[in-house]
Design a protein around this ligand. Structure first.
Ligand SMILES: Cc1ncc(COP(=O)(O)O)c(C=O)c1O
Length: 457
């Protein structure tokens, strides 16, 4: 995937190296962040709270709590040294024209992106199942929003259908927002989506926000990269050099890569004017107190993914298969296939496994027992199924514990009678709204009502 020279370059960590040097320099800070001083105090006051802070966060992390002020650590909003370099390396690794680091999660990155896409007063088509950050930001920014319905798994993507209808009616949209990697493992077939998008906007063009929150790591694996957003967008634009389309792609690096929580990438693929708009939006919307450890971890996360991503994703895929095998072999379990049919708008993320427990009550019980008795946290329950996200941090030893727990907890029960193919949208508070403006509750799928729902945040 990378040449030797490229690999050497893309595994550099210029910003993290600079932060490490500053953190160990014991700089006296006459600006702000008293918490950082704890790292350098020879005897951290006689305060139980100061000691608790040290126990919780350790001197290394506390030492990175500093405000900017050194040329080497660069300016967050006018980067031209280490931060500029790390962002360029990250853009190169994904295939973007430019990448921004956001330290307020993809919630923040989506807000910045929509500000940059100038949605105020614009006609915006929004994939119904995008994250709440998109819906609320569009509301605040005063966009004229149309929600594209979620289509059945084996049909054309709802956004494409809505675009087709709008084109036929002579009322095209200015901006499109789509979520392409949901927490439940439904991935939009990017090449198919982009081909249809091109067909409908080849001359008029479009401005698109792609939320790829869950699967940033896919770009670092030769097979999964084929469906990753930025490489697919790059390929589509290379195939159609005259297509006046511009894209912003947001990713929660912390969900799938080695980044601290709230570390998010905002990639830009588009003309210089869009890049300028994104710079201005970062300036206006991003917190003026960016977290330096998060910035550094976004630097390291890219280097780590280049160096180790393929091996770790391969390991995760093997572990996911092991959990599926367990689902087939254990009497009280079955493997649930979340998508029906083929040739539709979606494909399944192979790093996610859904196990069917027979009933919502049983799934709830098993989930609780796994946590209480085995220290295993299952990310989500949807009715009778449990969702196991096999991210690159999951170890074979952890899957051993899971296997032991599942066999002990489920081993004696009868196999679920049947496993039905599900719909791709699963109710997800607080992430995806249960209802959007214009929808009647009666129109919602029956199983959302009264269902016990869990969130991992
Ligand atoms: C699809 C999607 N987009 C955006 C977000 C927000 O990301 P973050 O938690 O990094 O703010 C989430 C969070 O779960 C999500 O599922």
């Amino acid at each position: 995937m990378w040449t030797t020279a490229q690999r050497r370059r893309l595994t550099e960590t210029p910003y993290a190296d600079a932060l490490e040097r500053h953190a160990s320099a014991g700089i006296a800070n006459f600006h702000a962040l008293p918490i950082g001083s704890l790292a350098h105090a020879p005897d951290p006051e006689d305060s139980r709270h100061a000691r608790q802070t040290l126990r919780l966060f350790g001197t290394e992390l506390l030492a990175t709590q500093m405000t900017l002020g050194s040329p080497e650590l660069d300016s967050f909003f006018r980067a031209h040294r280490t931060l500029a370099r790390t962002r360029r390396l990250t853009a190169e690794a994904f295939g973007a024209d430019e990448t921004h680091y956001v330290t307020t999660g993809t919630t923040g990155a989506n807000q910045i992106a929509l500000e940059a896409l100038r949605v105020q007063g614009a006609r915006v088509l929004v994939d119904r199942s995008t994250h709440q950050s998109v819906h609320y930001a569009l509301d605040r920014l005063g966009a004229e929003v149309t929600h594209a319905a979620t289509a059945p798994d084996d049909a054309e993507h709802g956004v494409i259908t809505a675009l087709r209808r709008a084109a036929a009616e002579g009322a095209p949209f200015d901006v499109v927002v789509i979520g392409v990697s949901a927490y439940d493992g439904a991935l939009v077939q990017m090449r198919r989506f982009l081909a249809a998008l091109h067909e409908l906007t080849a001359t008029a063009g479009c401005r698109v926000l792609v939320d790829e929150a869950w699967t940033a790591i896919h770009a670092f694996h030769p097979v999964l990269r084929r469906n990753a957003a930025v490489p697919c967008i790059r390929e589509a634009l290379d195939d159609h050099p005259d297509w006046p389309a511009s894209f912003l792609v947001t990713q929660s690096a912390h969900k799938s890569m080695l980044a601290l929580r709230q570390g998010s990438y905002l990639h830009v693929v588009g003309p210089e004017s869009l890049r300028a708009d994104v710079h201005a939006a970062v300036y206006r919307v991003h917190t003026t107190s960016p977290s330096l450890p998060i910035v550094a971890s976004l630097d390291v996360a890219r280097a780590h993914a280049v160096a180790e991503g393929e091996r770790l994703v391969d390991r995760a895929l093997i572990l996911a298969d092991r959990i599926r095998d367990l689902g087939h072999a254990t009497p009280g379990l079955a493997v649930h296939e979340p998508l029906r049919g083929g040739g539709g708008a979606y494909q399944v993320d192979p790093m996610k496994v859904h196990l069917h427990l027979g009933s919502p009550e049983r799934a709830h019980e098993v989930r609780r027992e796994l946590f209480d008795e085995y220290g295993v946290f299952v990310s989500r329950q949807d009715g009778p199924t449990l969702l196991f996200t096999v991210h690159v941090g999951v170890t074979p030893e952890q899957v051993d514990v899971l296997a032991e727990g599942l066999q002990a907890v489920c081993g004696g029960s009868a196999a679920p009678e049947s496993v039905l193919g599900g719909r791709y949208v699963i109710a997800y508070p607080p992430g995806i709204p249960l209802q959007v403006p214009g929808e009647h509750l009666a129109a919602l799928p029956e199983r959302r009502a009264g269902e016990e729902l869990y969130s991992t945040f």
